[in-house]
Design a protein around this ligand. Sequence first.
Ligand SMILES: Cc1cc2nc3c(=O)[nH]c(=O)nc-3n(C[C@H](O)[C@H](O)[C@H](O)COP(=O)(O)O)c2cc1C
Length: 342
Amino acid sequence: MVEKPLGQMSLREIRELARLRMPHEAWEHFMGAAESGATLRRNQRTFRRYLFRQKIFHDITKPDISIELFGRRIAMPAAIAPIGSFSLIGDDTERQVGEAAARVGTMIFASHAAHSSVRDWARATSAPIVFMGYLSRGREAVLDQAKQAEELGFAAVGITMDVVQPVKLGSVVPLSTKDGKPRRGQTASPKDIEWLKRQVSLPVVIKGIMSGEDARTAVEAGADALIVSNHGGRILDFNRAAIEAFPEVAEAVGKKVPLLLDSGIRSGGDIVKALALGAKAVLVGRPVGWGVGAAGVEGVVRVMDLLAEEISRVLIMTGTASIQEVSKSILIRDDGAGHRLS
Ligand SMILES: Cc1cc2nc3c(=O)[nH]c(=O)nc-3n(C[C@H](O)[C@H](O)[C@H](O)COP(=O)(O)O)c2cc1C
């Protein structure tokens, strides 16, 4: 079989190449989800409930898809999600993802579970970085990295708080890919948010919010931004899709703090849908793993370029000149009746 040039590959084709090229263990780990996998599938499927309202009489040909996030201008409203296990793909994978983030001009969320320390990430990339801590490693460890992140000029710091139960793939809780130790759950408390807020002057981002109630709790404790996410379906089977929970969170705190979303983003259209519902930006998870697993730096660049091209196409075809102008008015809920969203 003659392989297509990377620049012509779809995300599906890149995913297939990654399956062939990634170590089997890494592939299984990236594709895995809790128990039946219902949440993972629902995350992607639920984006299909929304359709776009086409508009052709306008002269928009080059929409502005850049945004400002935590005071940094980035080239597109999609950043790289925190992934602790890039190193299962290869020893140099974290650095490659960092380099790709800089190449495409986006932001990278660096996981505490990654092999790279915040200093390693800062060396690996000139992209703006957000450090995402895990409290299961202890407050001291989070604080040590958060303080260094501050010195190194990171854009923000945060905590992934949804690992109240540990990640489960099928019926198995995998060992930590960082230190080989058993993963354990970590209770989540608003006191931890208040604590981190007192320690750092950077914006504090809380990841793993899936309800209006939790969103209010996090914001009252001082969170400066929230990530609506179900961890890509890796913790709770039969959770709601992130895009399903998003309106409830937006209603509760959307006027107070910027909201990000991940879990199920597979196209530029998915990104525009999340933005139209009120997200400031999205995070891209597994597709970045496929990109780097298929073709290193170039693979991630291709994945992000594909998403950017698709975002531009949707904006042009809906008569939207820039990300700022994206609103609910371009979405139609596919309930069979074609109702525009109010
Ligand atoms: C292999 C893998 C490792 C992950 N590691 C982390 C992590 O260390 N910290 C974290 O906050 N989220 C982690 N996540 C969750 C992602 O940040 C993100 O929420 C998820 O991938 C979104 O789902 P999607 O990739 O299906 O779109 C991980 C996800 C995957 C697939």
